[in-house]
Each structure stands twice: as structure tokens, then as C-alpha cells.
Ligand binder design. Structure first.
Ligand SMILES: Nc1ncnc2c1ncn2[C@@H]1O[C@H](COP(=O)(O)OP(=O)(O)OP(=O)(O)O)[C@@H](O)[C@H]1O
Ligand SMILES: [Mg+2]
Length: 220
């Protein structure tokens, strides 16, 4: 089944055409890597696939919803429920613990009760090897641990798809490999679908498909 389908995506900043008509489809349970030179438009595309930004032209379907036909408020709810994000810099909130950070998408929305949100947050942090770090603040965690908290946060609402932008860009090679293996474990054991923008060739090679972007286009 096509979980995500993007058709004819274009995006212009001023006179600069950053995306020139991109088609992408992602199947359920697929891990798709997007690679390409700096400035090729990878992050711009990922933001649009994640509905954080609207394209100038083209459509994105996620689980058969034509996402950009929704009003901003509905789109925000859709995004919080259906899409998990992992960024290069984890964006954890400094004054909240690992568990509170992981639980944040549940508190924003998703329809779970507080006790179920906390149970899910704990379950995910345990799965990610952080059961003895629940009450640590981000500043008390290593870079790899912080990024695993960000993974737990991305998964909290059981999203249809997780979008990651250079998730291991800030990690040493050991922690990067651990994180990459975790993505495949989540896919194999839970059927989680991933689209990952990366400069890491090892990760791109592990993926089910490696898509290459160049100058605002997807290479055939
Ligand atoms: N908000 C913006 N306003 C103007 N130009 C932008 C904006 N965002 C991105 N761009 C430009 O669009 C182009 C593509 O940027 P994008 O961030 O998508 O590249 P990228 O492939 O993710 O690169 P990198 O590998 O360095 O992260 C760049 O030339 C960038 O300067
Ligand atoms: Mg980028």
C-alpha cells in the first residue's frame, strides 16, 4: 500500500526554484533514504512531506488524505497524530525530563489519557534502552541518548510515518550506527515507516530504497 504519495511538488523562495516538480511514493513499512548535495532541496522536501510547509504546486497524500486540502488547524492536528519528526538537533525542551519530552506529542493531542501517555512514553524509552534515564534532563544525557529520546517522542502518537532530517548528523559513528539499527528494528518489529534524509552513505545503503536529489529534482 502507498502510505505516502507526493506528486509534482514545487517550491520557490523568491526567484529561487528549490523544488522543480518532485514525485515520491513511500510504501508501508519501507525505510527510504534521501541523499544529495547540500542545497539540493532535501530539507525543503521533507518539510513539505511533513506538512510543515505548503508547496506552491503539487499534492501530498498520506494514508489517502490529500493533506493540503485541510485548513491549518486541521492540518496541525493531522500532523501531530500521523507524522513523527526527528531532526539533526534533537530540539528537546531543556527544562523537561526525558520522559516529559517523550510524552510531549501526547499532551499536545492524540486523544490518549495522561496515564496512557506516560505508560507509552515509558514503554518507548525502555525499548530504546533509557529506562534508567526517565527523569534526566536533556543536559544530563549524552548526545546519543538525547537523540533516542527524540525518537521516542517521534513515536509517541504511533505515527503513520516518521520523517528524519540528518538524524545522526550530530552523532559519533558508534552512536550513529546504534541509531540506524534502531530504525530498522522499529521497522522490522513494529512495521514503522521511515523517510530519512541523510549524508550517511552507510545508512543510505541499509535503506530499502536510496533516492537521490539534485538541484530540486529526484534523479531517476
Ligand atoms: N526559507 C528559505 N528562504 C530562502 N531560501 C531557502 C529557504 N529554505 C531553503 N532555502 C534555499 O533552498 C535551497 C535548498 O535548501 P534545503 O535546506 O532544502 O537543502 P538541503 O538539501 O537540505 O541541504 P543540506 O544538505 O545542506 O541540509 C538552498 O539553496 C537554500 O538556501
Ligand atoms: Mg537539509
Amino acid at each position: 500500500m502507498n502510505l505516502l504519495q507526493a506528486k509534482g511538488i514545487k517550491r520557490t523562495y523568491g526567484s529561487l526554484q528549490v523544488l522543480k516538480g518532485i514525485d515520491v511514493t513511500v510504501q508501508e513499512k519501507e525505510v527510504v533514504a534521501i541523499v544529495g548535495a547540500s542545497g539540493a532541496g532535501k530539507s525543503t522536501l521533507l518539510h513539505i512531506l511533513g506538512t510543515l510547509d505548503r508547496p506552491d504546486d503539487g499534492e501530498v497524500f498520506i494514508e489517502n488524505t490529500n493533506v493540503f486540502t485541510q485548513r491549518d488547524r486541521d492540518l496541525a492536528r493531522f500532523r501531530n497524530e500521523k507524522i513523527g519528526f526527528i531532526f539533526q538537533f534533537h530540539n528537546l525542551l531543556a527544562e523537561f525530563t526525558a520522559l516529559e519530552n517523550a510524552c510531549m506529542p501526547g499532551y499536545i493531542g492524540g486523544g490518549l489519557k495522561e496515564k496512557d501517555i506516560i505508560a507509552r512514553g515509558k514503554e518507548l524509552l525502555e525499548l530504546l534502552g533509557l529506562s534508567d534515564r526517565l527523569n534526566h534532563l536533556p543536559s544530563q544525557l549524552s548526545g546519543g541518548e538525547q537523540q533516542r529520546v527524540a525518537v521516542a517522542r517521534a513515536l509517541l502518537n504511533k505515527p503513520a510515518i516518521v520523517l528524519a532530517d540528518e538524524p545522526s548528523g550530530n552523532l559519533d559513528s558508534h552512536n550513529a550506527l546504534d541509531l540506524h539499527q534502531l530504525f530498522f528494528k522499529l521497522r522490522d518489529e513494529y512495521g514503522q515507516t521511515f523517510v530519512i534524509v541523510t549524508h550517511n552513505e552507510e545508512l543510505a545503503e541499509m535503506a530499502d530504497r536510496r533516492l537521490v536529489m539534485q538541484d530540486g529534482l529526484m534523479l531517476p
